[in-house]
Design a protein around this ligand. Structure first.
Ligand SMILES: Cc1ncc(COP(=O)(O)O)c(C=O)c1O
Length: 436
């Protein structure tokens, strides 16, 4: 039965123009592999892996079976003072994919919670080192770090901040690295590594021992795919090292093979102190986030705490929920047995060729991309973002689901995609773009 009118009134959709959605609802009722089906029976190719979640394709029976079995065996374990085997197994599985010294894993339920957890770990770490005066955080313009208060304060996307006022004091924003000189560059741009020196200026501005952590998305995803310029991340790392600042990579989109390696840290050869992750951790089948933490950071917080009480007063009722852990374990197994990160890497050349070929469309102002992630930007229409939102509606009607932000279509297919899927996506994009 189609949902329309009154039946749509009470659900308040996030990050959605509710009035327009309810006038013209676009509901999914089923998914499998590379496709969704709408409530009107239309088959829709998924160009964004859901919301960068479903890297192994939709409705994987292995994941569904693991979750069903878990829910019939042990549906819930109190997450404080109790545990269950799946949580430890999944922490091992995640640690096997993260850089060498990032072996401690704190579970939560979303990317936003992972970001706020990482902020609190950074503060607790510096307190344990008797540097409690390190209360500043640094992030970047155009960054997206989720929607909790901490992550919103870190955010550099104006629309996500402006309704909420001052949020946290003490957050400094580096300039973003979306430079006109790097327009239409495939992979990492040649210009802009020197923008990392903004961090040095902040150190001079607030004091050498005042900054707790720097948050960076290795590739800024939600803002429209900004690939770091060559040398930029290395310079940020070097300044963090010089001043004892923790470096956090927010890999909620980049993690789990999107850049061709398990994490972008490996793709770019720069190792942070913490990595936040979510989305593809469970292939999107269960809500889950996590923070991978450098051993020495974990040890400092644990060893400096008095015994007999939690060392870190933080956690969620649903931290390491058994069903989410089961989904995570089944997902990691699929990634491994189907060599999906390698498959994504192999497919990325064909995918990037296809996306960069769209630059011949007159309405396209930029194409950016790395691995299995690309941003196709169109020239703005009557207001910034108006065309982007119109474009995603037109694509949907043609049979393609793509996430847009502002005037950028963010294309991120699942790693099970074939050349034929990429061709089909490109044809629908071309067709919709040709209308401008
Ligand atoms: C880099 C980054 N951090 C955090 C988040 C927030 O994740 P969630 O929506 O699961 O809270 C996102 C979501 O897209 C993200 O891209």
């Amino acid at each position: 039965m189609e949902l329309t009118g009154e039946a749509l009134e009470r659900h308040w959709l996030p990050f959605t123009p509710n009035r327009e959605f309810k006038r013209e609802p676009r509901l999914f009722v089923r998914a499998s592999g590379m496709h969704y089906w709408s409530q009107t029976g239309q088959k829709i190719l998924d160009g964004s892996s859901g919301l960068f979640t479903s890297a192994a394709g939709h409705c994987r029976p292995e994941i569904a079976a693991a979750v069903a079995e878990q829910l019939q065996t042990l549906d819930f374990t109190p997450s404080f003072m109790r545990g269950h085997p799946g949580a430890f197994a999944l922490a091992d599985g995640v640690a096997a994919l993260t850089p060498k010294d990032l072996n401690r894993v704190f579970f939560c339920n979303s990317g936003s919670e992972a970001v706020d957890t990482a902020m609190k770990i950074a503060l607790a770490y510096h307190l344990a080192r008797r540097e409690a005066q390190r209360t500043y955080f640094v992030s970047r313009e155009r960054a997206y770090h989720g929607v909790n208060i901490g992550g919103t304060a870190l955010s550099g996307m104006v629309k996500n901040r402006e309704a909420f006022g001052a949020l946290l004091p003490g957050v400094l924003h580096l300039r973003h690295t979306l430079l006109p000189e790097n327009r239409l560059t495939r992979g990492m741009g040649a210009s802009g590594a020197e923008l990392a020196e903004d961090l040095q200026r902040f150190v001079q501005l607030v004091g050498e021992k005042r900054i707790a952590a720097v948050f960076v998305e290795p590739i800024a995803g939600s803002t429209g795919v900004i690939v770091p310029p060559r040398g930029y991340l290395e310079r940020i790392r070097a300044i963090c090292d010089r001043y004892g600042i923790l470096l956090v990579f927010d890999e909620v989109i980049c993690g789990f093979g999107r850049t061709g390696e398990p994490f972008a840290a490996a793709s770019f050869g720069v190792t942070p102190d913490l990595i936040t992750m979510a989305k593809a951790l469970t292939n999107g089948a269960q809500p889950m986030g996590a923070v991978a933490v450098r051993d020495s950071v974990y040890r400092t917080i644990i060893d400096e705490a008095p015994g007999g009480a939690p060392e870190f007063f933080h956690g969620y009722t649903y931290s390491a929920h058994p069903a989410a852990c089961a989904a995570g374990l089944a997902t990691l197994k699929i990634y491994e047995t189907e060599r999906l990160f390698a498959k994504g890497r192999e497919l990325s050349g064909y995918f990037q060729d296809a996306m960069f070929a769209l630059q011949d469309m007159p309405v396209v102002s930029d194409v950016r991309g790395y691995g299995m992630l690309a941003g196709v930007e169109v020239k703005p229409g009557k207001a910034p973002g108006a065309r982007g939102s119109e474009l995603q509606a037109r694509l949907f009607d043609r049979g393609l689901h793509v996430k847009t932000t502002g005037d950028v279509a963010i294309v991120a297919p699942a790693f099970i995609a074939t050349h034929a899927h990429i061709d089909e996506m490109t044809a629908m994009l071309r067709d919709a773009l040709a209308e401008y």
